[in-house]
Design a protein around this ligand. Structure first.
Ligand code: ATP
Length: 513
């Protein structure tokens, strides 16, 4: 059986072999947790961005997009709380010298208990068949109850320790649960320490503390500080949203698992400003809307689940993650948070400038509440790539590697393939390229046997291959081959645009939202 590790390894090597993702500065042996997107990777990434941007801004008349700078006035990060509190509790294993996040070790322990419960349930389901009642089983089975009690106790103690920043209690919990280094099994731990995740650099020629600025650890603050600029210049009325896609930087303690956790990554964030008191309605709205956005990609509902936050930040009154079944198991893909008026209020205090909305209907000024949706672009990329990659056994016994990503996200939409390199076929093929290139990203390929060219396109997820043969010169018909079914059809050149458009247009994805 394929282990999780094998699965991730396959994705990584496929990504490299076909030009999706390369290790950063590889000729110098790479830089840990930094990656470069290659020729196909950047296309896929752009398509994901476009899907998100369109779903946010075009599908909502009251959401607009901005592009704020990465460097911001350093007081921004005082106001946001990042200077004082953007810390992860880290712990080192003295034997293996490996560093871990203490909260992640505890969460993994909880996940193991949850898996135990799931195993019991699956076993009972198999035994009792249709008459099985899961709820009743959960409430009565002693093994399940024991595991659930353990989970509840650990969750409560972890929450209390994190909220109080009680690092001694966190370590005590890790020791008491006999949590071992996942890689070596050693239980020889250091104390837990706090570690600030922001990267610092110096501004211009100013050195010393006065010149220190940060690489933004999230894009959201660029939105908050522009709240009034956008509201006034765009004459926006509550409720309204501001969306942004951009780079963020975090000096992650453990940056492993390929592009899942990097030190430089991209976020797609939207802050939705609402009247105080209506935020829970909007929180529920955005939870549903964001799940729909993900599921429209057709990856399968069982790949997603909500995870409500244990530890609510002191200013939040609702927070959850949408988790995705990555090759490493279920992990956070997107966060949805109800942040109250914390950020705007704090920027008011630190800047001395009013950040209020004037409601013309009630003649009142107030600080709006905010519901935020925040999804990692790189994690989306990994979700799409890993779920699409398939090794398929064909009827004739052969195998093909196919990337079944949604056609609207596919980096290349069409491959134009003259059957042979002579008899005027390449010239005819180039005419087809000219006919389609303005609307679709396409590849022209006249090397190798046609079967090999098909396989190559399957491996990069191209929805359509068009083959030009001698007959084409006589009747202006070509063979069009569809990626998933591998069905081939003879169609007129003039119909190609319509056929391809129907399949690859972003419109269908947006309509499914
Ligand atoms: P995690 O718990 O995995 O560290 P987080 O809760 O700190 O994530 P948020 O601050 O909510 O993450 O950031 C919003 C989104 O940004 C996340 O859902 C994730 O998709 C993405 N993200 C956060 N950190 C990273 C990273 N180091 N590399 C890639 N994507 C990231």
């Amino acid at each position: 059986m394929q282990t999780q590790e094998d699965k991730l390894k396959k994705v990584i090597s496929h990504a490299k072999e076909y030009g999706f993702v390369f290790p950063s500065s590889e000729i110098y042996d790479g830089l840990s947790a930094a990656y470069d997107y290659g020729q196909l990777g950047s296309e896929l990434k752009n398509n994901i961005k476009q899907y998100w941007w369109s779903a946010m801004t075009r599908m909502h008349q009251n959401i607009v997009g901005i592009d704020a700078s990465i460097f911001m006035h350093p007081t921004t990060w005082k106001a946001s709380g990042h200077v004082d509190a953007f810390n992860d509790p880290l712990i080192d294993n003295k034997d293996s010298k490996k560093r871990y996040r203490a909260d992640v070790l505890l969460e993994d322990y909880i996940k193991k208990q949850e898996e135990k419960i799931k195993k019991e349930i699956d076993k009972a389901k198999g035994k009792f068949g249709d008459s099985f009642e899961e709820e009743k089983f959960r409430a009565t089975n002693p093994n399940v109850l024991r595991s659930q009690e353990k989970i509840n106790a650990v969750e409560d103690r972890m929450k209390a320790a994190l909220e109080a920043s009680d690092l001694v209690a966190l370590k005590a919990l890790i020791e008491e649960l006999e949590i071992a280094d996942p890689e070596t099994g050693s239980r020889n731990w250091t104390d837990v320490r706090q570690f600030n995740l922001m990267f610092k650099t110096e501004l211009g020629a100013v050195s010393g503390d006065a010149g220190i600025i940060y690489l933004r650890p999230e894009t959201a603050q660029g939105i908050f500080v522009n709240f009034l600029n956008v509201q006034k210049s765009g004459r926006m009325k509550l409720p309204f949203g501001i969306a942004q896609i951009g780079k963020a930087f975090r000096n992650e303690i453990i940056a492993r698992q390929f592009i899942f956790r990097m030190r430089e990554f991209e976020q797609m964030e939207m802050q939705f400003f609402v009247k105080p008191g209506t935020e829970m309605e909007w929180y529920a709205y955005w939870k549903e809307a964001r799940m729909k956005w993900h599921q429209a990609l057709g990856i399968g509902e069982d790949h997603y689940k909500f995870h409500d936050h244990l530890k609510l930040a002191h200013y939040a009154n609702g927070a959850c993650d949408i988790e995705f079944n990555f090759p490493m198991g279920f992990k956070e893909l997107e966060g949805i948070h109800s942040r109250t008026d914390f950020d705007l209020k704090s920027h008011e205090e630190f800047s001395g400038k009013k950040l209020r909305y004037f409601d013309p209907e009630t003649n009142e000024s107030f600080i709006p509440y905010v519901v935020e949706t925040s999804v990692g672009l790189d994690r989306m990329f990994l979700a799409v790539l890993s779920s699409a990659l398939e090794e398929e056994k064909l009827e004739d016994g052969s195998e093909r590697t196919v990337l079944r990503s949604h056609p609207a996200l596919a980096p290349v939409k069409v491959a134009v393939l003259p059957l042979v390199k002579k008899d005027g076929l390449p010239e005819k093929a180039k005419e087809i390229v000219d006919l389609l290139k303005h609307d679709f990203n396409l590849q022209f390929d006249d090397k190798d046997a046609i079967g090999r060219r098909y396989r190559r396109q399957d491996a990069i997820g191209t929805p359509y291959c068009i083959t030009i043969d001698n007959e084409t010169l006589l009747d202006n018909m070509v063979t069009i081959r569809e990626r998933d079914s591998m069905q081939q059809e003879r169609v007129a050149i003039q119909d190609l645009h319509g056929i391809i458009e129907k399949k690859v247009s972003l419109r269908h994805l947006l309509q499914a939202n």
